[in-house]
Design a binder for this molecule. Structure first.
Ligand code: NAP
Length: 476
């Protein structure tokens, strides 16, 4: 286990401590893994001031200078992927195998960002398409916004931070990063790596402490140009309501659904649903939660899902053989347990799992969860999937869409006509054909509709949101 280490905040290139230390605990057993410091509104103000001071420096750097810093960071992350993976595993309780994947993905998110620094382009505007534009030459150039507040969640503490910080710096902005209070360590480690790789002081500032206080201070701050937020819909809504004229990107939750049609490859669909429902104990915004399977193949499919689920190994997150560890806190596990209880009281059947030990919940497969139960309607954010059947594909599509969320959805079928029939009618940010909604690679556009948020991540798309297209018109 990682020795308990001290991680001060990082403001304007300085390590900053406050009077109050906060423990960071391994969620699985509550053991102390690190200490951080409780920052507050004052630290948020200092971090923004440092970022404002550094903004002209980043803005004036060439694309290649910014790209080169990000390339060095990519390399340093690969060299330190073990330490980063252990930090992720310790702070979040994510099984070490998955933490290694996250560390590697995060390094590639930074590499994709480095490439986008080279690709920041505007366009030539065809001014003489109108008589009044005759004799003018016009172009747009993409300019950085200034200071971007990046607020990140518990479940992918490193990669989701890099999805904001990488594109923000590639585009010439400066950043104040506020990681989740339970998972601040990997974010602070990154500040050091960026410094070593040549990022000017103030380019990236990391502050820790309660989201209510620091988050609000950042979101209201007049010198913050954009808030890029990933987290729960409740805090996302609050962020938008407080942000005024600032640009806001919101990556929020979901209750992702997948359709398994009558001619689907059931072995593959079942195996992927198990993987996509239980990775990181279901604490993934696109975790498979609702499965709608054609009634003609339901029994065979369900049997495979239950069989696959029972093979998952529960245990300590540092054990390489562990598939399922704990949720982020005991209270989160208690919440999930109570939601399962509600579904069962209302007539759902537990096909496997359902029990809780401290912060860990067994991987759980429910059948026939009534539509108005929280396990169906809300985001479970735990290792619970529910299987329901349908008679017609259009009914299944209607159920997928009867949700407040719309991040990603999936359909398994060999019939290309039915696949695109569904893809065109499902209201979500992305539809996966013959893949689960939990599928993501880091360069693709990613984001939601409805309560799942607005804006798209993936470095190419985030860079667009983090720049302003300025128009320059020249009359010769
Ligand atoms: P959360 O409770 O909303 O917290 C997210 C971040 O917001 C944390 O850094 C938190 O700080 C901060 N925060 C809390 N109150 C705030 C306020 N008033 N103003 C500004 N920031 C504030 O969410 P979480 O539990 O960390 O993450 C789980 C949620 O994130 C799920 O809903 C999941 O689906 C969603 N998610 C979405 C995506 C996506 O890309 N769409 C990806 C991953 C996760 P503290 O920790 O200090 O409270």
């Amino acid at each position: 286990m990682m020795a308990p280490m001290d991680f001060p905040m990082y403001i304007g290139g300085r390590r900053v401590k406050s009077e109050t230390m906060l423990p960071v605990e391994l969620p699985f057993d509550g053991s102390l893994v690190a200490t951080v410091y409780r920052g507050g509104a004052r630290h948020a103000g200092e971090a923004v001031a440092a970022a404002v001071k550094a903004a002209p420096v980043l803005r004036e750097m060439t694309r290649e200078e910014r790209s080169a810093i990000l390339r060095r960071v990519h390399q340093a992350m690969l060299e330190r992927r073990d330490a980063l993976a252990h930090a992720i595993c310790s702070e979040s309780g994510k099984p070490i195998r998955e933490a290694r994947v996250e560390a590697e993905r995060a390094a590639y998110t930074v590499m994709f960002s480095s490439e986008e620094a080279h690709r920041l382009v505007g366009e030539v505007v065809p001014m003489d398409a109108e008589q009044a534009g005759n004799g003018r030459l016009a172009m747009t150039v993409r300019e950085p916004l200034g200071v971007i507040a990046c607020i990140t969640p518990v479940n992918f503490p490193l990669n989701l931070a890099m999805h904001k910080i990488g594109p923000a710096l590639a585009a010439g902005n400066t950043v104040v990063h506020k990681p989740a209070s339970t998972t601040p360590v990997s974010g602070i480690m990154m500040a050091e790596i960026f410094e070593e790789c040549g990022l000017p002081a103030g380019g990236l500032n990391v502050i820790t402490g309660p989201g209510g206080e620091i988050g609000d201070a950042l979101v209201r701050h007049p010198e913050v140009a954009m808030v890029s937020f990933t987290g729960s819909p409740e805090v996302g809504l609050r962020t938008r309501s407080l942000a005024g004229m600032k640009r806001v990107a919101l990556e929020l939750g979901g209750n992702a659904a997948v359709i398994v049609d009558r001619d689907a490859n059931l072995d593959e669909a079942a195996a992927r649903c198990v993987a996509g429902g239980f990775a990181h104990s279901g604490q993934v915004c696109i975790s498979v939660q609702r499965i709608y399977v054609d009634s003609g193949v339901r029994a065979e499919f369900q049997e495979r899902v239950v069989e696959g689920t029972r093979k998952l190994a529960m245990g300590h997150p540092k054990e390489p053989s562990t598939d399922i560890s704990s949720l982020i806190t005991v209270s989160e596990a208690e919440r999930v347990e109570s939601w399962v209880g509600e579904a069962v009281d209302r007539g759902a059947r537990v096909l496997t799992g359902g029990k809780r030990t401290r912060a860990a919940i067994e991987p759980t497969v429910l059948a026939d969860v009534p539509e108005d139960c929280r396990c169906s309607q809300r985001e479970v954010f735990g290792p619970v999937i529910n299987v329901n059947s349908y008679e017609s594909l259009d009914d299944a599509i209607a159920w997928v869409n009867r949700s407040d969320y719309g991040l990603q959805a999936g359909i398994y079928t060999r019939d290309i006509g039915r696949a695109f029939h569904a893809a065109h009618r499902i209201h979500a940010g992305g539809v996966m054909i013959n893949e689960v909604p939990q599928y993501r690679v880091d360069q693709m556009p990613y984001g939601g509709v409805k309560m799942s948020g607005s804006g798209r991540e993936g470095p190419k798309y985030a860079v667009e949101e983090m720049t302003e297209p300025k128009l320059i018109v020249w009359k010769g």
